[in-house]
Design a protein around this ligand. Structure first.
Ligand code: BG6
Length: 505
């Protein structure tokens, strides 16, 4: 029996994340038998909701999963709502009383999982009160899941970490980076460490460059207020991109365990060069989307979005080159690119292999064979399509000797994708199982901030205009120049397909 006994306490229970991700994920775990009878959820937030209102909201959030009315009723009956001001000590006493009651009622054995899904300003206050008001004075495990952003720079992250570490042990702190819950991100390790053909080529001897793309077609939607203070560098590079980079660059762990993987990821991140301001200017560029037109539809620019400053200099796009100063990767650029309002939503990694030492097809066999060989590229498709492909060169069928790019492709079927557990579901289950492999350790967070802080500081001191790119293109010209000056180009160019069909200028 997989059944977990646990009391969840969700801070930020009325918020977008709880409704879009947490409740549906808990329902999936319920359906699969990980949560059965011995679980309860206390939702807290400032709004004065009753249990009934809360349960109805929870039911609404799982409609897409087609529960039967009985299932929805039974599941939501485990949810309790507590109106709560996180700064009011007395409110924690009420919360403790309810927690103890539910502990008895559902026989939860004192296991408590606290989920902080609200403004990070309050994380420190919340954990301090959990301890001071005795909410952790029960037998059983006590774990805390913390949503991003974990700080806004190294210093604020360090302070936050100190506050949390006075209450929880590092092994009980689960810092979420939801990319680590994605099926194909977890597959990076499988591709690397279960295939000798790749692992033997995985170094500067055979790899020319690595390209990590996380593109989004949407703009900032209703999150302008948060995003305008954050920008793409802090929103995406400090966490998701650097985590993916660490998984690609780390040494093979001696065992596939939380401890060994963490230790290798940390070493990889520590080898990422922390740039000087001059190096930032050479290796990182930013952009901001301006108004654009896509398939005849006009799309507003970033400065026209809701809750965004009309003079904003916030970047909605980042492209850059990381270098990793160790034996394996010296000389191999890791290019990264992420942004809002790009042509398509897509996360994909391209591992670009070196060309053969001599192109024998170029000069010796005659005019028809004077052609450029395409590099071999291993592409890992993270989302929305999932799978990988390897591009090779072959001979075109026919009398001459014309080289042709070919592709070995594996894509997960739509059925497999639709049955793939959602990232949040997997991460919640990991936290219930006490497995921190797919969460970020403090040392990783700290090093990522050190790498990103110097970029942010260099940009903050640069008064020049932020390069603009029309909405639904793949970023400003500077992003292309960045690779061109090294003699490379972006492998993924989804905009070309649309331009050829006159859907994009
Ligand atoms: C979040 C960012 O961490 O990741 C968002 O704050 C972004 O701005 C999101 O849209 C992207 O996640 P996904 O899973 O849709 O690729």
């Amino acid at each position: 029996m997989n059944e977990k006994k646990v009391l969840f306490t969700i801070f930020g229970a009325t918020g977008d994340l709880a409704q879009r991700k947490l409740y549906p994920s808990l329902f999936r775990l319920y359906r699969k038998g990980d949560l059965v009878e011995s679980f309860a959820v206390i939702g807290t937030a400032r709004r004065p909701w009753s249990d009934e209102v809360y349960r109805n909201i929870v039911k609404e959030t799982i409609v897409g999963l087609n529960p039967t009315p009985e299932e929805a009723e039974a599941f939501s009956s485990h949810f309790y709502y507590q109106s709560h001001d996180v700064q009011d000590t007395e409110h924690y006493d009420t919360l403790k009383k309810l927690s103890d009651e539910l502990d008895q009622k559902y026989q939860l054995e004192g296991n408590r999982l606290f989920y902080l899904a609200m403004s990070p300003n309050f994380f420190g206050t919340i954990v301090a009160h959990l301890k001071s008001q005795g909410m952790l004075n029960v037998t059983g495990y006590h774990r805390v899941i913390i949503e991003k952003p974990f700080g806004t720079d190294y210093e604020t992250a360090r302070q936050l970490n100190e506050e949390i570490a006075t209450v929880f042990e590092e092994e009980d702190i689960y810092r979420i980076d939801h990319y680590l819950g994605k099926e194909m991100i977890q597959n990076i390790s499988a591709i690397r460490f279960a295939n000798s053909i790749f692992e033997s080529l995985w170094s500067n001897r055979f790899i020319d460059n690595v390209q990590i793309n996380i593109a989004e077609d949407l703009g900032v939607e209703e999150r302008g207020g948060y995003y305008d203070k954050s920008g793409a560098l802090k929103d995406m590079v400090q966490n998701h991109i650097l985590q993916v980079l660490a998984l690609l660059a780390m040494e093979p762990p001696v065992a596939f365990s939380e401890k060994e993987i963490r230790s290798e990821k940390i070493k990889a991140l520590e080898a990422v060069r922390v740039y000087t301001p001059e190096e930032v200017a050479k290796n990182f560029i930013r952009g901001q989307y301006s108004a654009g037109k896509f398939d005849g539809e006009a799309i507003p620019g970033y400065k026209e979005e809701l809750n965004v400053d009309s003079d904003s200099k916030t970047e909605t796009f980042v492209a850059g080159k990381f270098v990793i100063d160790n034996f394996r990767w010296s000389g191999v650029p890791f290019y990264v690119r992420t942004g809002k309002r790009l042509t398509e939503k897509g996360t994909r990694i391209n591992i670009v292999f070196k060309q053969v030492p001599v192109n024998v097809f170029k000069s010796s066999v005659g005019a028809t064979c004077e052609q450029k060989l395409s590099p071999n590229v291993l592409t890992i498709y993270i989302q929305p399509t999932e799978g990988f492909s390897l591009s090779l060169n072959g001979k075109e069928v026919g009398p001459g000797f014309t080289m042709l790019p070919l592709s070995l492709d594996h894509r997960n079927s739509a059925e497999v994708i639709s049955n793939t557990p959602e990232a949040y579901e997997k991460l919640m289950l990991d936290a219930l199982n006490g497995d921190g492999t797919n969460f970020t350790h403090w040392d990783e967070v700290a090093q990522s901030w050190r790498v990103v802080d110097v970029i942010r500081q260099a940009w903050d001191q640069d008064s020049s205009d932020v390069p603009q790119y029309p909405a639904r293109t793949m970023g400003p010209k500077e992003a292309y120049d960045l690779l061109a000056k090294d003699g490379f180009e972006w492998i993924w160019t989804p905009d070309e397909w649309y331009r050829e069909r006159n859907l994009l200028d």
